[in-house]
Design a protein around this ligand. Structure first.
Ligand code: MEV
Length: 318
């Protein structure tokens, strides 16, 4: 198709897993929240050259001229899947990716880039895709980031709303009636999700009974967390976050840095603190009493060595 002569740009948010990570890979429920202020951007502009995806910040350049039998790059796979759904050939255009979501920090940077690419290509070809369609296309990329993704990252990012997620079922978006003043703090330890997901898989294969019991305990806690959110019981939610962190330690996906930041947050009065996402590094989350307390927690976490702290105050309404 000839370049239509205009530029389109679309974006996608980051995410945190509030509770239920890892167990969600094994069919248990989990709750994830969008982080709208952290975003990945995909901009498509006309070019005289063949279709190319570039990400200048990480030195990536991919030509998508001829369809490979199987695309091995997640971004190429997502782009081809999107073009198939749109019934389009690669445009004469360059798609440029920029992102302010840290990579390898368990904030969904890969899924966010995928969602931004899908949205930008759809807009370029004049289509509006539903969140479910966007999510399904982004999942193609997730399959290459780690072997058995539950699909929670692409889902919460495509819907950009709090989601109650069970693998293989349509997600439920839901409302949090009160603000959830969360502080998201990065250990600075970069760990791709496949490392921790693989470690849990190996543990589960060694001792299925123990792991299944832990997953069941996490599932019960996630249900209680949803009730706590819906009744705006932040103290109860905090307790459940602490409990979830303890179970994740038992799954051996936490790390000394994550544990230390959780202890710091609790000592500074957090209602609860836990690692979030894949673990073995990346980010933890702490629940503050209110926005002013969140600022204090953020300072305590910086002082304890967190390399990046993000405050997420907004009411997470569906
Ligand atoms: C990653 O954000 C959450 C994990 O449960 C992996 C997945 O669900 O695919 C660790």
């Amino acid at each position: 198709m000839d370049a239509p002569g205009f530029i389109v740009e679309r974006s996608a948010c980051a995410k945190v897993i509030l509770c239920g990570e890892h167990a969600v890979v094994y069919g248990r429920p989990a709750i994830a929240l969008p982080l709208p202020e952290l975003r990945a951007f995909a901009r498509v502009q006309p070019s005289s050259d063949a279709f190319r995806i570039i990400a200048p910040d990480i030195g990536l350049s991919l030509y998508l001229a001829q369809r490979p039998r199987q695309a091995h790059d997640p971004l190429a796979r997502v782009a081809w899947a999107a073009l198939d759904l749109l019934g389009a050939s690669p445009p004469r255009a360059t798609l440029t990716i920029r992102s302010n979501i840290p990579i390898g920090a368990n904030l969904g940077s890969g899924a966010a880039v995928s969602v931004a690419i899908v949205r930008a290509l759809a807009a370029w070809f004049g289509h509006e895709l539903s969140p479910a369609e966007v999510s399904a296309l982004a999942y193609e990329g997730e399959l290459l980031y780690h072997g058995s993704p539950s699909g929670i990252d692409n889902t919460v990012i495509a819907y950009e709303q709090p989601v109650w997620f069970v693998r293989g079922q349509p997600p439920e978006v839901f409302s949090a009636p009160a603000d959830l003043p969360l502080v998201v703090a990065d250990t600075g330890v970069v760990t791709p999700t496949y490392i921790s997901v693989g470690a849990v898989r190996a543990g589960w294969e060694r001792d299925r009974a123990r792991y299944e019991a832990l997953f069941d305990a996490i599932a019960a806690l996630v249900s209680a967390a949803r009730r706590a959110i819906e009744s705006a019981d932040l103290a109860q939610l905090g307790q459940l976050m602490n409990q979830n962190h303890a179970y994740l330690q038992q799954l051996d996906v936490s790390s000394p840095e994550l544990d230390a930041l959780c202890l710091t947050a609790r000592a500074a009065g957090a209602l609860g603190a836990k690692m979030s996402g894949g673990g073995r590094g990346g980010n933890m989350i702490a629940l503050a009493r209110d926005a002013a307390h969140a600022e204090q927690l953020a300072q305590a976490l910086r002082d304890a060595g967190s390399v990046r702290v993000h405050l997420a105050f907004r009411k997470q309404a569906a």
